[in-house]
Design a protein around this ligand. Sequence first.
Ligand code: FMN
Length: 400
Amino acid sequence: MLQHKKILLGVTGSIAAYKSALLARELQRRGAEVRVIMTPSATEFITPLTLATLTGHRVYSDFTENKDSGEWTNHVELGLWGDLFLIAPATAQTLSAMVAGTCDNFLMAVHLSSRCPVIAAPAMDLDMFQHDATQTNLKTLQKRGVPIIEPESGPLASGLDGKGRMAEPETIADWLESWFQSQAPLAGKKVVMTAGPTHEPIDAVRFIGNRSSGKMGFALATALKQSGANVHLISGPVQLSDPLGVHVTRVETAVEMHAAALEAFKTADIGIATAAVADFRAKSSASEKLHRNEMPAAIELHENPDILADWGKQKRNDQLLVGFALESDDGVNSAKSKLERKNLDMIVLNSTADPGAGFGTDTNKISVFEQNGNSHIFELKSKEEVAQDIVQLIQIQLQQ
Ligand SMILES: Cc1cc2nc3c(=O)[nH]c(=O)nc-3n(C[C@H](O)[C@H](O)[C@H](O)COP(=O)(O)O)c2cc1C
């Protein structure tokens, strides 16, 4: 959840300021971009040089950059840059200044001008933390929508023992991940999706399959997860590793995929069928490898269950169903007919006739048709970008 997130890290004058160095590193390790702002007092606890070296960016602590030339640092621009302003550690003084709207240092100016959410992780001695003034300030900030990352209990720099230690960098990073997750557009939505091909056995080593690589489905699972959804991916045999944070069930055959998909759809908000499921399986298969002279002249086929059609029959009014259609011609008519026949809300059409689209490629070109009559034609893009487009359309559908 922290991937590519722009985090302004405000550091104030607490002994816990040394932990800001570890915090900056942890946020970066999880994919965030970090810029540090320090109060003048914080620079007495940890040097700007340390934080600038660790983050790879200059540290902001003063309004003016060069007093002779009159160059100044634009606090408004910096405030607009961040997706989040995290003040960690936040001293009693800074918390009180935040409540009062004081603007007597650079950090406080960014606090007033930033439009992004502000989160504070207090750090102070136990009596300072328990003081009515501090507790009232924390409550006021929370009422204004500033979440507080609670300090922990333990030995304090003063030699006392109690609540006031700033939360550990890992705990703060975990907290932020959950927070971003809760703010994400698909937060709380349960998605079940299928991906990849299925393998229908003929004997112990041979199967009926197709060229699906699973790349589109896996890219979509990743994009949905990044939008906050809880994703259950049911995948046929593919050479891809599990997308981060996605619950993956691996299956071989259409019958296995059908059973897992129907079960999971019961509790899902959204069903998405990207798998290229074999329409037929061999009526019987050998448990041993058949030798050349044992192979039948013809393989009798048996129809596989239709996962998408069965999802469509099971679909409740509060569920959204998205299908994929892969065609070898322009395919618009057959995609639109599948949309109706299988009771879908949306169908994504891709055609092997389009260069760079379809199975095995890293790119795709899609057209999307919706039950409400809307249609969207997209250019050839990477499968990751295509996944973002589909997630956006799903979000719009959910708002309708
Ligand atoms: C050694 C030392 C440690 C301090 N630790 C803290 C602390 O953990 N929390 C706190 O609220 N104030 C602490 N203070 C007091 C603040 O540094 C002081 O209130 C300062 O004005 C805070 O300014 P700022 O919030 O603008 O950074 C400490 C002071 C000293 C000298």
